[in-house]
Design a protein around this ligand. Sequence first.
Ligand SMILES: Nc1nc2c(c(=O)[nH]1)N[C@H]1C(S)=C(S)[C@@H](COP(=O)(O)O)O[C@H]1N2
Ligand SMILES: [Mo]
Length: 420
Amino acid sequence: MGVDLIDGSSYERDRAPRGAGGISRRSLLRYTAMAGAGAGLGLVGGMAGSASADDTSEPIVKPLPPELFTVFGSNAEMKWEAMQGQGYTTPIDRFFVRDHTRTPLIEAATWRLKLWGTGLRGAPTEAAPIEFDYDQLRRLPAETVTAFIECTGNGRSFYTSQQQQTVTGTAWGLGAVGVARWRGVPLRTVLELAGLSHHAVDVMPRGLDDEWTDAGVNHGHVRRPLPVTKASRDVLLAYEMNGEPLPPDHGFPVRLVVPNWIGIASIKWVGDIQVSDHQLSSPWDTQYYRLFGPGYPAEGSPPITRQVTKSAFELPRQAQLSAGRTHMLHGRSWSGNGRILRVEISTDGGTTWHQAHRQEQEGHRAWLRWTFPWRPAHQGPYELLARAVDETGHAQPDTARYNTLGYLFDAVVRHPVTVS
Ligand SMILES: Nc1nc2c(c(=O)[nH]1)N[C@H]1C(S)=C(S)[C@@H](COP(=O)(O)O)O[C@H]1N2
Ligand SMILES: [Mo]
């Protein structure tokens, strides 16, 4: 069953592939390879609107130059020095990418967003869902939200390097975070148009990227439930990032942006959303994205929702600075609980602390920029530290609480530099 939203236009519209403007050479090669594959185009695992590239191409489409990124297979983190001299948001060319499998190339013209389940009036089934096409979504009233997206495991490597603890997962530094201006349709609008029932409890968006297999178990398409309360509050079905159409790696044509929550909530390449009158679950909220380990129940903590408080300097690790002159240190602090109240800096390994100078913070869903002038007196190694407190009183501790999957590293990170 379809919904006519605004102008009664037909679903059967222009099927020409979208233009290749702005797409890297590598992705163009993939695109050409796909087109050559012909018949299979547009169908992967029975889900329309997605196309998988050949397996020899890179999992991430955009260029990942070593000045900007550290690459871990299908994941790439931003080097924090890449934010030097940048504005408030993270430019697309340096925004981190986290793909469970690989970036799919999806055509907007054949893509559909499908909503189904017992939480919608009439309980449409998965086989006969309510559908929206790309143009319909783009004609709905849009909103722009400035928000960070951050991987739950951001900072994970510091469990090992600062706390001598063994954790599993991608050994991120602090660069698995970025802030963008996301533009799209509030999820609430689409849920209401689809007939959201008062009995709805959970919504579960699902990605069109390949099914994900871990330790020999196929977990299916990436998906994670979200309570309807959060889904109706400030979640966006985003189709633009920093004023441009969403790039393939960040979820083209449409992704969820779930502000303040852990990155996995912001499902990319969303193909369908189950809306249910009872709680839903997936491996991404039972086996993963909970805290496991000493002091936690065997089934883990409740599913993680919000991010913690963190800070980073816009400097390379082991930066070289010269003695006897003033350096303006730049950095950013952010929290899943809201605005940053205060940031303190130590340049002597944590003995003395000084207030950083606040710059701007665009709302409670994005980071605060700060500066701190520092004139190192003598040559030698130093450790720079930044610690923030958010408006709910969440401060960065000296030690993060251990969990086996290395999530939510919120401790103050020691940043080594050399003064010469
Ligand atoms: N469909 C789909 N959505 C996804 C993922 C994925 O692999 N597939 N990765 C998630 C994770 S773990 C994170 S941290 C964010 C990363 O978003 P980005 O790649 O745009 O930075 O996307 C989330 N959404
Ligand atoms: Mo993530």
